[in-house]
Design a protein around this ligand. Structure first.
Ligand code: NAP
Length: 339
């Protein structure tokens, strides 16, 4: 069955997702878009065969023409739109972060629990990246023995002018927070943010950061977050186990050897590095919700837990020191299905 999708927020990633959702292989089409910038919404709708630009996200979510909603507006607007989707009984794919405080993500969890069914998926796209999936498969297979340490780096070439110090955690490292929980199958129990010498290219930002995570089984993970490296976009992850190590391979498709040196291209940004992950993520989401099933990807609970850890990391960034992460038990709605 075809899925008619409405997209709220058609900036950078919104337009990327529109391109994938309209006439995509899953049989979806984009029938409505809305954006704070009405001219941008009209421009995007004008390039699509079946889409209308609607005056706002609330109208889009209420529209009878829209079966399911993708929220790709800016983080502080997510809570309002996701809650409206739950109230309307419509499946919603919300880009990360699910919301910008743990109180807000908890309200979303509570609304979904009260509705009695899972409607929310969060855009933690690393779970769909073939390289990350191969990394997890290697860890789960036991080929490196029990994991002991994880080393990650999240490096952006640059960030936009409105990017703030807290976004290094809440918008950037939130990907690693979800990745570590998923990869290791363990909750994060404590976090500490260390602040090395500041890059002279980072302006007011505290850049880079080193974030240390402790997991429930004793694994330690270190994450470098650098957002002004200029040379490109780079995501690294290596897991060190009792009998071996496994790491993401260099994403360059070729290496050139000439004049005594080896060169391989570094992706320019997240669009290039993770294109395939977004294809798979949205394809699986469309297939699942079009079939009337609850979304199978990271859900509201995962978005909430990531926010609790993110808030703890922000506390460490602001006040210093190691901060314990206190998680309540997940409501029954999020219990894994019996095998
Ligand atoms: P962006 O380029 O600024 O796009 C956001 C769009 O939403 C803009 O057109 C903005 O309009 C619009 N908007 C703002 N407030 C709105 C509202 N109340 N209702 C409707 N539209 C509104 O940002 P982006 O980089 O695409 O990021 C959007 C979201 O995706 C963020 O949560 C970000 O963290 C996430 N993201 C995820 C990934 C990933 O790898 N999963 C990658 C990139 C971004 P104005 O410009 O007029 O404010």
């Amino acid at each position: 069955m075809a899925l008619d999708v409405g997209v709220v927020g058609v900036g950078m990633i919104g337009q990327e997702h529109v391109r994938r959702l309209d006439g995509g292989p899953g049989g979806s089409r984009v029938v409505a878009v809305a954006d704070a910038d009405a001219a941008r919404a009209a421009d995007v709708a004008g390039r699509l065969p079946a889409a209308k630009a609607l005056p706002g996200g609330a109208e889009l979510i209420a529209s009878d023409a829209v079966d399911a909603v993708v929220v790709t507006s800016w983080g502080p607007t997510h809570e309002e739109y996701v809650l409206a989707c739950i109230a309307a009984g419509k499946p919603v794919f919300c880009e990360k972060p699910l919301a910008t405080s743990q109180e807000a993500t908890r309200r979303i969890v509570d609304a979904e629990v009260a509705a009695g069914r899972r409607l929310v998926q969060v855009g933690f796209n690393r779970r769909y990246d073939p390289a990350h999936r191969a990394l997890k498969q290697a860890v789960d297979s036991g080929v490196i023995g029990a994991p002991l340490l994880v080393h990650c780096a999240h490096r952006n070439a640059s960030v936009p002018p409105h990017y703030t110090r807290d976004m290094s955690i809440a918008d950037t490292a939130v990907h690693e927070i979800d990745e570590l929980r998923w990869l290791c199958g363990q909750e994060i129990t404590a976090v500490q943010v260390l602040t090395p010498r500041k890059s002279s290219r980072g302006g007011e930002l505290q850049d880079p950061l080193l974030v240390l995570f402790e997991l429930a089984d004793g694994v330690l993970a270190d994450v470098e977050v650098s957002v002004n490296v200029h040379y490109g976009y780079e995501i690294r992850c290596e897991v060190s186990g009792e009998t071996g190590t496994v790491q993401l391979a260099d994403p360059a498709p070729v290496h050139i050897r000439r004049e005594g040196a080896v060169a391989g291209l570094v992706p320019a940004d997240w669009r290039e590095r993770f294109a395939l992950s977004y294809d798979i993520e949205l394809r699986e989401w469309v297939d699942t919700v079009a079939a009337g099933r609850p979304p199978a990807g990271p859900g509201a609970w995962d978005g909430h837990v990531a926010q609790v850890v993110s808030d703890a990391a922000l506390r460490s960034l602001h006040e210093g020191g190691r901060v314990l992460v206190e998680l309540p038990s997940p409501p029954g709605l999020y219990a894994p299905a019996a095998a």
